[in-house]
Design a protein around this ligand. Sequence first.
Ligand SMILES: [Zn+2]
Length: 509
Amino acid sequence: MNRFLFIIAMLVFSIKLSAQVQTDMYQYNIDLLNVREDKVQVTLLPPKNHLREGKFVIPRMVPGYYDALNLGQYISEFQAFNKKGTPIAVNRSDTNTWVIPDLEHIAAITYKVSGGWRHLLEHTPGAKSPESMFKKDSVSIINYSSVAGYFEEMPPRPYQVTIKKNRGFYASSALNYRQQNDTTDIVSAADYRRLVDAPVLYCVPDTTWTQVGNTKVLVSFYSKEHSSYSKVLAAKLKTILFHQQAYLGGRLPVDRYAFLIYHEKIPKGLLADGLEHNNSTVCLYGSATLDKLPEALIGVASHEFFHILTPLNIHAEEVQHFNFLNPVLSRHLWLYEGMTEYATIHMPVKQKMISIQAFLKTVEAKIKGMDGFDNTLSMTEMSTNAIKMQDQYMNFYQKGALIGLCLDIRLRELSNGKMGTQELMQKLIKKYGPEKAFKDADLFQVMTALTFPEIRRFFKDYVEEGQPIPLKESLQKVGLDYDDVQKTVTEMSNPSPGQISLRKAWINQ
Ligand SMILES: [Zn+2]
């Protein structure tokens, strides 16, 4: 990585300091009224401290995205000022970090942040959705991981962000934005992790609130070409959320959830991208028309929404105390992504939204999809090495989901139909939850203790080691034939009563 030396001429100018008083919080000001060339001005009043020097960090990585993002690349014109408003020399040690001397006496840090979504929509290689976007007077999407930072030397502190915005613009987010006046909003977060976990969409509102059980769901939509579309999308989403709620035992484990959906007209093709957060999903759609949007949205949103189970309620310490510069990755991506994808394909058939034939087509697609990857690898090793093993990452959604299927059938078999992955996930939520992490090395033991001794062997063979997953054997138990040459799954013509009842317990059909 390049090393930059970023020195500011000391006597050129000084800054007029704001009237804000230094507290224990990070106090940010973001000015969306003065967006120039896709760049926004950001000011930070650091928390009170006694540090001789502070290392300011913008994330190299973010939770849920298993590749280096180097979000510091979007930061420019970084400056620090002392209490007299005089600029202080700052050393940019690499793309994502700045060393600031005499931090104790720093009264303001200013920089500009560029948006990155333009590149994403233009399919520029390397463009990633955790970036932000600023369009003067029309729309902004703030992903705080690319806008705000923290000091490595300080323990976690709360954040308060003041945002200048156009009159009539509304902030859609999982966090609660308080309006101070027509053009100023304020939002608070308990710490950095919670701030970056809640992106915000700013625009003239096209929003619909809907209630699913005890959960308030916000659907917020932006498109330059279309308005009043959020209610169409909310109606579609509501149907699937009701089924998800039933699938999860009648109660969703979140109070509030936000879908932030951005559409942009592109001449041809369809670009769909989603990134899960604990209480929201940002969806980006590039398409010529809106015809296929509801269906594509359901596809992305149902997977992302199931992340409220894991990692939100079930996660390792590595996720809870995520290191944004050099994270140690958890070994359980098979759980976070594989089990989430399994719930996404299992729920529609279990809830009788689709036929068994349609479900089996999805299973066949997963089996064929798995073929493009090295299936002899250990899924736990693929997880801790996810950054280096990018070419294998997508197999968590193929083989990972099929591991979920085999595990579900095995659990149903061992419990006489009473317990499957749905019940296992509920037990894990009860044991852990959003604020209580599991020890990465202990999870298989815990899951075994919550289920059956035989399950430890299952994890050893198919998750820790790369043994061929028992598809034929598992499907046979529920009266399905798997042809491993043609890669087809079909219903047996004369299933036994035992096979019929196990299938009923598994998929309710
Ligand atoms: Zn996912």
